[in-house]
Design a protein around this ligand. Structure first.
Ligand SMILES: [Zn+2]
Length: 124
């Protein structure tokens, strides 16, 4: 037994504050840090946003087990956050760059010529 036996409490970054269960949003303090870390820009489309505009997205989708931690969060604008939905940030970025998967082949819609031969100009 010595004077050096006592243990310092481990400092856990970002673990203080209320953290009950699996929350989906960051605390105000974490949001502040996130916003500054992103240099006041949307991390997806790089648009400059104001802090009240900032929305917190998940790098790894929440639905895929991504934790709501500062490390897993991304600073997004409203548009990108909406676009992201429940997907991961990487998926969103691919979406934005237009390289997301194969484009679904839409059946060619033939432009139907209006079958009516009625033309208003004939009557003017
Ligand atoms: Zn954006």
């Amino acid at each position: 037994m010595g004077i050096f036996d006592f243990k310092l409490p481990k400092f856990k970054p970002y673990s203080f504050g209320s953290r009950k269960g699996s929350k989906r949003t960051l605390g105000k303090r974490d949001r502040d840090i996130l916003y500054l870390r992103a240099k006041c820009r949307c991390e997806s489309c790089n648009k400059r946003i104001s802090q009240p505009e900032m929305e917190v997205g998940h790098r790894k989708a929440y639905s895929k087990g991504g934790a709501t931690t500062l490390a897993n969060s991304a600073c997004l604008c409203h548009t990108c956050n909406k676009l992201q939905g429940t997907e991961s940030l990487e998926t969103l970025k691919k979406k934005l760059s237009g390289r997301y998967g194969k484009r679904p082949k839409s059946p060619r819609q033939r432009k139907k010529k209006s079958s009516s031969s009625f033309n208003i100009r004939d009557f003017i």
